[in-house]
Design a protein around this ligand. Structure first.
Ligand SMILES: C[S@@+](CC[C@H](N)C(=O)[O-])C[C@H]1O[C@@H](n2cnc3c(N)ncnc32)[C@H](O)[C@@H]1O
Length: 323
């Protein structure tokens, strides 16, 4: 497998270069169709380091543009593959309509809350993007539930870290890179790592229809995946393609947090009659020795590799055993 990038329009480029069902995951951030090359006026930053020539889409073309590229995305995605589309709210309806015209299924509508809202005085401050997480049916989906936090790890607030990480509102700051060349709106490494970790495996192919600064491709390479994609802006494309090839494959793997081993290793498996009898017998012994119900359940959880709530159902007689 090779990384492949094309300095071409993503719709005609995909038709030419990508065969059906050839990519495992798509993460992409289409042009916003808001104010073209005046996007920088919304941000307080040093424009000397921003590469110009960002190609936007006229508002009146946005609906057709979205239908065209999303149809291609559907075609090139493998059955079971996922797609994440980052969008502001201005043209969100066109992207949702385009998705509704495909066979792709909605999995989550995520909200990414970031730290620099566009300042406004007479209305609320916009400080979020939408991330539409969809999947192509027909194949085994990849969702690595415990890739970042094990089932028994705790968040700072005392709750489950795994639960917090998988909530559908993500609080993440943008990367602050003073003095470095960048694209007009570059996705943060942490955000891309999260989507790639949950929805792909090492050596999978990750595609971005709108590469911009190659942020998706760079993180994919850093996590030992392969990358393909398109970008129409020649200046941006040449600069970032060169930088991509200087990166070492897997350079981000040392930054990946290792989750602790799962305690509920048998979670989701059917309970046999024998296991149920063992659980009930052990529970009775623990209670006889003076353990209260809660502590007895925690001990059972460690011993039988099952979650607290499923054990509670068993001892309360609400679970049917399987032969
Ligand atoms: C929102 S930016 C992507 C930013 C990127 N995710 C990053 O982190 O740098 C959208 C990019 O799509 C490019 N673009 C616009 N129309 C395109 C098309 N038809 N095909 C491919 N790229 C296009 C723009 O030049 C711009 O760089």
């Amino acid at each position: 497998m090779n990384d492949c990038f094309y300095n071409e329009d993503c719709v005609s480029g995909a038709r030419k270069h990508l065969v059906d069902s050839s990519v495992d995951l798509i993460i992409t951030d289409p042009p916003y169709g808001i104010a073209g090359d005046t996007l920088h006026k919304h941000y307080n930053r040093d424009e000397r380091y921003v590469l110009d020539g960002y190609v936007d889409v006229p508002q009146e073309d946005y609906a057709a543009f979205s239908r065209d590229w999303i149809k291609e995305a559907e075609r090139v995605l493998k059955p079971g593959g996922s797609i994440y589309i980052v969008s502001g709210y201005t043209n969100l309806r066109h992207i949702l309509n385009a998705l509704a015209g495909t066979s792709l299924c909605e999995i989550n509508h995520l909200i990414w809350k970031y730290n620099f809202g566009v300042y406004t005085k007479t209305k609320y401050i916009s400080s979020h993007y939408h991330i539409l997480f969809y999947r192509k049916s027909g194949g085994k989906p990849t969702f690595n539930t415990f890739c970042r936090y094990g089932d028994s790890e705790k968040h700072d607030d005392g709750g489950s870290a795994n639960y917090r990480d998988r909530e559908d509102v993500w609080l993440m700051n943008r990367d602050y890179k003073p003095g470095m060349i960048k694209n007009k709106n570059m996705l943060p490494t942490q955000l891309l790592m999260k989507m790639i970790q949950y929805s792909s495996q090492e050596n999978d192919v990750v595609c971005d229809f709108f590469l911009g600064s190659f942020s998706t491709a760079n993180v994919a390479k850093g996590l030992n995946r392969y990358a393909v994609g398109f970008e129409v802006n020649r200046r941006v494309f040449s600069y970032h393609e060169r930088a991509f090839h200087e990166l070492e494959r897997g350079f981000l793997l040392s930054r990946v947090r290792q989750p602790s081993a799962n305690r509920n290793v048998n979670g989701g498996r059917a309970v046999s009659a024998e296991e149920k009898a063992n659980i009930l017998g052990t529970y009775a012994q623990l209670r006889e020795k003076g353990a209260n119900k809660k502590n007895a359940l925690h001990t059972l959880s460690e011993q039988f590799g099952r979650g607290y709530w499923s054990l509670l159902r068993i001892i309360d007689g609400r679970t049917k055993e399987h032969a």
